[in-house]
Design a protein around this ligand. Structure first.
Ligand SMILES: Cc1ncc(COP(=O)(O)O)c(C=O)c1O
Length: 392
């Protein structure tokens, strides 16, 4: 089947709810994708920060194939060995007191679970979130998402329950968190919002306010978690430990899975029947997650992302310095990098595609680089060359 036939089937039978690029891939290896015609692309998108170990990672592929042959699904009516093993692996990379895991199937579901847990644990009904945030598309996660463009047409959401503050504004945070607040939910770096780091003071203030006023701090690590920013988790850049973290994306390296991790005390709020999901933590997903976490620990993907990202950011800042202001900002952490480029962002994306490099544009004006963490120096150089060529 060629790309035109796929396009025809897509138009005939699928909801047209995605603005898809006219590309269709057949397989992937390391940080490269190959389309139906066999053309190779360097992928600096990684399925939107999902394929952190690259495509067809042997240890993950082995774990998936082995599990698929034995048992894909049983349900949470029973003990699930792979789920328990994956939870132990995940907790091994979390700082205390984060020590209990609940598996779900996506990032939005993880945030949904985190918000419900915070409300039940505190007995309070209000959530403080931030403008320009993104927490997912389910009703509560969408309500906590501080961007009208995702919400319009779906009102009334749970907006009564959400207080939005400016990301980075310590003053607004101090005004918003009060005795009705169940939780503050924050991304360590806003991803969809344009790769915007929270800043240490903002994060620390959120932690202190939650402690003072009896609220929980939820850290949305769906995009930043699992080595993306050069640490196992984004919050580790700010020397705070949240009460609940939400994870998804990289956790299964492409197999759909999400999770929340909380302290034993907070986790104990959910008793049998409080919350659940049919597929959450099934043997296939958790076998993949266990393999992913194992590889990340053994191969120190956090250190790799920090080193590669640090080098790349320096090179990109040098290029930006001589871009005559066309690159307005280079920001991020580890291998989560944003180039603020205004209208040039989309043009650079098209140029890169012609040269066989995939990049993502978020917030309309920011080229977001979120490649597999196993990225080679040659692939980084290939992008730098395209960027310099574009700017010349
Ligand atoms: C920070 C953050 N939270 C939540 C989500 C939603 O995750 P999912 O698309 O798996 O529901 C995303 C997705 O981009 C995200 O970046």
């Amino acid at each position: 089947m060629d790309i035109d036939q796929v396009k025809e089937l897509d138009r005939a039978y699928l909801f047209q709810n995605y603005g898809r690029q006219e590309l269709c891939f057949e397989h992937g290896e390391k940080e490269c994708l190959y389309d139906l015609a066999g053309r190779r692309y360097i992928d600096l998108v990684a399925g939107i920060a999902v394929n952190s170990l690259g495509y067809s990672h042997p240890a993950v592929t082995r774990a998936i194939c082995h599990q698929a042959e034995r048992l894909v699904h049983v349900s949470n009516l029973y003990l699930v060995r792979e789920q328990a093993e994956a939870a132990a692996a995940l907790v091994s990379i979390c700082p205390p007191p984060l020590s209990s895991v609940l598996f779900v199937n996506s990032g939005a579901e993880a945030n949904e679970a985190a918000l419900k847990l915070a409300v039940k644990h505190t007995g309070r009904g209000k959530i403080v979130s931030t403008y320009n945030s993104f927490h997912g598309r389910t009703a509560a996660a969408l309500s906590a998402t501080g961007q009208k463009k995702y919400q319009s047409g779906f009102e009334p959401l749970l907006s009564e329950a959400i207080d939005l503050v400016r990301y980075g504004s310590v003053e607004q945070l101090k005004d918003a968190v009060n005795g009705d607040t169940a939780a503050v939910i924050l991304e360590p770096i806003q991803g969809e919002g344009g790769v915007i780091p929270a800043g240490r003071e903002f994060f620390r203030t959120a932690r202190d306010l939650c402690d003072e006023r009896g609220a929980l701090l939820i850290c949305d690590e769906v995009q930043t978690g699992l080595c993306r920013t050069g640490r196992f988790f984004g919050f580790q850049h700010y020397d705070v430990v949240p009460d609940i973290i939400s994870l998804a994306k990289a956790l299964g390296n492409g197999v759909p899975i999400g999770a929340i991790v909380a302290s034993k005390d907070v986790a104990s709020t959910f008793t049998p029947g409080s919350h659940g999901t049919t597929f959450g933590g099934n043997p296939l997903g958790t076998a993949a997650a266990r393999a992913v976490v194992g590889v990340m620990r053994e191969e120190r993907m956090d250190a790799q992302a920090a080193a590669k990202g640090g080098r790349w950011m320096t090179e990109l800042r040098d290029i930006a310095a001589s871009s005559g202001g066309r690159i307005k900002d280079v920001r991020g952490q580890g291998l989560m990098i944003g180039l603020e480029m205004g209208e040039d962002a989309k043009k650079l994306q098209s140029k890169a595609l012609k040269e066989g490099i995939l990049v993502n544009v978020c917030a309309g004006a920011v080229v977001r680089l979120i490649p597999p963490l196993i990225l080679s120096d040659d692939s980084m150089k290939a992008f730098n060359t395209v960027l310099e060529d574009f700017l010349s």
